[in-house]
Design a protein around this ligand. Structure first.
Ligand SMILES: [Zn+2]
Length: 169
């Protein structure tokens, strides 16, 4: 898999450097055996799978590998990321970032980005990118939400990004 940055808005040179590190980490993780094995081995409620998701771990992994975002036509194995960095208003100060189903862009709150490590940025962008593949989670912080595809695999991307990885052969 590859990771491609398309439109990048609002990032300073220093912020862009962290963003570039994060996108490299996403690629390393998605192409690792550790990521594959964790996705294929995921369980929720004692059964293979994820919360808020009817697809099997194999189907979830296949969708990730295909990387067909809702705003692109190609299942090309390429992670397409359009990103914006903004200083969110006081009313949104607790929001790390967001995307919407009709948007092709992931918008991130500078307040969080500035304190994030590249691995944390990778996890955040991974979470939002998984929404672009059609994966969802509960809006409220329910008990099952951490087991949804965006939350569980966003966390997994962050964790794996910190460590040594074995490339898929
Ligand atoms: Zn989300």
């Amino acid at each position: 898999m590859t990771v491609s940055l398309g439109r990048v808005t609002g990032y300073s040179a220093a912020e862009r450097a962290k963003l570039d590190q994060a996108t490299r980490l996403i690629g390393n993780v998605l192409n690792s055996r550790e990521f594959r094995d964790a996705v294929l081995g995921a369980t929720f409620d004692g059964k293979p799978g994820f919360a808020s998701e009817t697809r099997s771990p194999q189907q979830v992994y296949a969708a990730i590998r295909a990387a067909k975002e809702n705003f692109t036509s190609a299942a090309d194995g390429d992670v397409d990321l359009n990103v914006g960095l903004e200083s969110f208003s006081w009313f949104q100060r607790s929001t790390v970032g967001y995307t919407t189903p009709s948007s092709d862009t992931v918008t991130t709150n500078r307040r969080f980005f500035s304190g994030f490590t590249p691995a944390e940025v990778a996890g955040h962008l991974g979470h939002e990118w998984l929404h672009k593949l059609g994966f969802e989670h509960d809006f409220k912080a329910t008990a099952r939400r951490p087991s949804s595809v965006p939350y569980e695999l966003g966390e997994l991307i962050e964790t794996l990004a910190k460590g040594p990885l074995t490339p898929l052969s």
